[in-house]
Design a protein around this ligand. Structure first.
Ligand SMILES: [Zn+2]
Length: 194
């Protein structure tokens, strides 16, 4: 696998740092759980793979990217108006965010969470559904995660932005399947802008 990642620009905040890769694109890949987070006082494990996924997809698609860095003092996918969320909201008047997460295997490889205002995800998910079907990746909409009111996806939708949450089973990210999984995500997201 070619390493297509490049380091982002590190930004400090009161809730913890992140790194961002700013390209000439209003589309942003987000990995808010790339670093361990603290949800309502409880530490939660990092979804480390989402960092490289965001950076690789960013390089391949020409989209921007952002991911958290240690150490986080909150959870950007749970806290209302976190600095990370505010950064995303301010990225561009018409920012479009695809928020990447890793989940335990629950019978589907991918779960697309459409958020509380699913019309603001309606342009973003059909390409992923088509790419997953082509590659034999079982996929669900809104199950087990629908992107509830406190998620980045729903918070951005409430502000009139387009956003989609993508949960990826970690079984898709082992060495044997990793490249194919990146290709499914890339092809599915490329269809949004095509
Ligand atoms: Zn997550």
């Amino acid at each position: 696998m070619v390493d297509q990642t490049e380091p982002g620009r590190r930004v400090a905040s009161a809730a913890g740092p992140w790194s961002e890769v700013v390209r000439a694109s209003r589309y942003v890949l987000s990995a808010p759980h790339a670093a361990a987070q603290v949800r309502d006082g409880t530490p939660k494990r990092a979804e480390e793979a989402t960092r490289d996924l965001a950076l690789q997809l960013s390089a391949q698609l020409g989209w921007s990217a952002i991911h958290t860095e240690p150490e986080q003092r909150g959870d950007p996918n749970w806290d209302e108006g976190s600095p990370y969320l505010e950064r995303l909201a301010a990225w561009h008047d018409d920012v479009v965010v695809v928020d990447l997460h890793v989940m335990r295997p629950r019978g589907v490889d991918l779960c697309l969470g459409l958020g509380q205002e699913p019309e603001r995800a309606s342009r973003l998910y059909p390409g992923l559904v088509a790419a997953a079907v082509r590659s034999g990746y079982p996929l669900a909409l809104n199950w087990p995660f629908s992107a509830g009111p406190r998620t980045i996806t729903s918070q951005l939708q409430r502000r009139g932005r387009e956003a989609l949450q993508v949960e990826i089973s970690y079984t898709c990210l082992d060495a044997e399947r990793y490249d194919q999984t990146v290709a499914v995500l890339r092809d599915g997201l490329a269809a949004v802008v095509a």
